[in-house]
Design a protein around this ligand. Structure first.
Ligand code: BES
Ligand code: MN
Ligand code: ZN
Length: 508
């Protein structure tokens, strides 16, 4: 799908479909009002007759509107004008995109950017619109022998901006929306792959393919022998039961000043989590193919960065393993030495994410990072604590937590911070090693996992995103969400803007 922006009157648009908003009850948005005046009050008459109330989720498709140059008009319900907030705007865009996809129109001019959204500007509305329209056409049917009936979807979407002065801003918003949507799509595609087709080696190949596509990305893959030599005993303990060799994937994006410290993104890449010897119950175990969604979001975010040519240095680190039981698998009670030198008693082989992440975090020290953010489907307890709307956020550096909260708000990809107090740490005490990989009870499980990771993040500013509840949807709509690519990309966009401001100050 191709997106462009344009300013101009709705009645002058020669397009297959004009998309206009209608508030509840039966009130036209400003652009719809303007169109209606030009075509003699036709819309007003229809609304008075009761054909459309304007509730969210409603829409009405019109043909042969008198005096109009467009082939069709799609009226989209927007709910009560005063109630249009960020969440509601996203719902409206979602419904508008589905309704437009059903029309068969090859192109469309959309005037829904004229809705007033509390606290949001044009840039935000355009980005959300692009993301919603890309989302609406997402399918994961590559492995079905009979595809859903091929639909004729719009190819060209034109978004209206109020005037010519807003064109450059609108174009930038489209670029950002398109890049984020492409990153989200990559993340969904990888997450949805079956675990037999998305092994650690497959993830490494995906990273290599991405680096092929974007020359600004360099990739490096560490094999088990190399990890052994370095002393990554925690990561290697997890992969022992698997026939699939582990990979440590490192992607470097260097487009910032040579001296600028990189932002390091560490993504949990467990391509399937059986639990190992601490085997998981069978029900719903297929969903543990999504245990590499953190890794997928690192790839998606780097893709967005590269497409936006952000003037930053960013490193993606992906420990990729499969967690299987077997004759060679690690046992509960095993003690291993991590790359940091700290020893770990593995009391539960199902707490494997923290074992691979701790070695990746220590490995990140080499990059002298500006900040490290790890992204992991880490704990079922995070879903119990927060449900499936926000990512769990933890950090050892309040300004970093604030920056992520701000980016989450901007991208509307929400986070909620949980505490990382020292009071919790003693729960990880072990009689036999420096620490255990799980606490002795289930209290505060998401926090205990973060406490474990924090012991490997003492040398840099660090944040941890627990995406167990947000990386995929269960039930009938089962599928990866592509989150938190919008949040991470926004965080990096903000860092690029910040660097530019500081540059400006230095020059003055
Ligand atoms: N990948 C799981 C966490 C998970 C479970 C995410 C369900 C999403 C849905 C992780 O490796 C795990 O198994 N965590 C354990 C930790 C426990 C053993 C302390 C859990 O959450 O049960
Ligand atoms: Mn597990
Ligand atoms: Zn896991």
């Amino acid at each position: 799908m191709e997106f462009t922006v344009k300013s101009g009157n709705p009645e002058k648009q020669r397009t297959a479909c004009l998309v206009l908003g209608v508030y509840e009850s039966r009130r036209l948005t400003p652009a719809a009002e303007q169109f209606d005046t030009a075509c003699g009050g036709y819309l007003g008459t229809l609304l008075r007759r009761g054909d459309l109330e304007g509730k969210v989720g409603q829409s009405l498709l019109l043909f042969n509107v008198p005096e109009a140059l467009c082939e069709r008009v799609l009226l989209v319900g927007c709910g009560r004008e005063r109630e249009v907030d960020s969440r509601r705007f996203r719902q409206i865009m979602h419904h508008a995109a589905s309704a437009l996809n059903e029309t068969g129109a090859a192109d469309a001019v959309i005037y829904l950017t004229d809705l007033a959204v509390k606290g949001r500007e044009l840039n935000w509305k355009i980005r959300q619109l692009v993301e919603a329209f890309e989302e609406s056409r997402y399918r994961s049917d590559a492995l079905k022998s009979k595809k859903d009936a091929p639909r004729r979807l719009p190819r060209r979407i034109i978004l209206s901006v109020p005037g010519r002065r807003e064109l450059p801003d609108g174009e930038q918003a489209v670029r950002e929306g398109v890049a984020i949507a492409a990153g989200v799509k990559l993340t969904k595609d990888l997450g949805n792959l079956p675990p037999n087709l998305c092994t650690p080696a497959d993830l490494a190949e995906q990273a290599q393919a991405l680096a092929q596509e974007f020359p600004a990305l360099q990739v490096e893959v560490l094999e088990e022998a190399e990890m052994e030599r370095l002393g990554m005993g925690a990561l290697l303990a997890v992969t022992r039961g698997s026939a699939q060799p582990a990979k440590l994937i490192r992607l470097a994006y260097r487009q910032g000043p040579a001296a600028a410290k990189p932002y390091v993104l560490v993504g949990k890449g467990v391509t399937f989590d059986t639990g190992g010897i601490s085997l998981k119950p069978g029900e719903g175990m297929d969903e543990m193919k999504y245990d590499m969604c953190g890794a997928a979001s690192v790839l998606g975010t780097l893709r967005a960065c590269a497409e936006l040519k952000l003037p930053l240095n960013v490193v993606g680190l992906i420990p990729a393993v499969e967690n299987m039981p077997g004759g060679r698998a690690s046992r509960p009670g095993d003690i291993v030495t991590s790359l940091s030198g700290q020893t770990i008693e593995i009391l539960n082989t199902d707490a494997e994410g923290r074992l691979i992440l701790c070695d990746a975090l220590t490995y990140a020290e080499r990059d002298e990072p500006a900040a490290v953010i790890d992204i992991a489907t880490l704990t079922g307890a995070c879903i119990i604590a927060l449900g499936r709307h926000p990512h769990g956020l933890f950090s050892n550096h309040p300004p970093l937590a604030h920056a992520l909260q701000a980016a989450a708000h901007t991208a509307h990809d929400l986070v909620w911070e949980l505490p990382l107090w020292d009071d919790y740490q003693e729960g990880l005490d072990s009689n036999f090693a420096d620490m255990a990989n799980v606490a002795g009870n289930r209290d505060g499980g998401a926090i205990m996992a973060a406490c474990f990771l924090s012991r490997f993040a003492k040398k840099f500013h660090w944040a941890h995103l627990d995406i167990a509840g947000t990386a995929w949807k269960t039930g009938k709509a089962k599928g990866a969400t592509g989150r938190p690519v919008p949040l991470l990309t926004q965080y990096l966009l903000d860092r690029a803007a910040e660097a530019e401001r500081e540059d400006g100050r230095a020059a003055r």
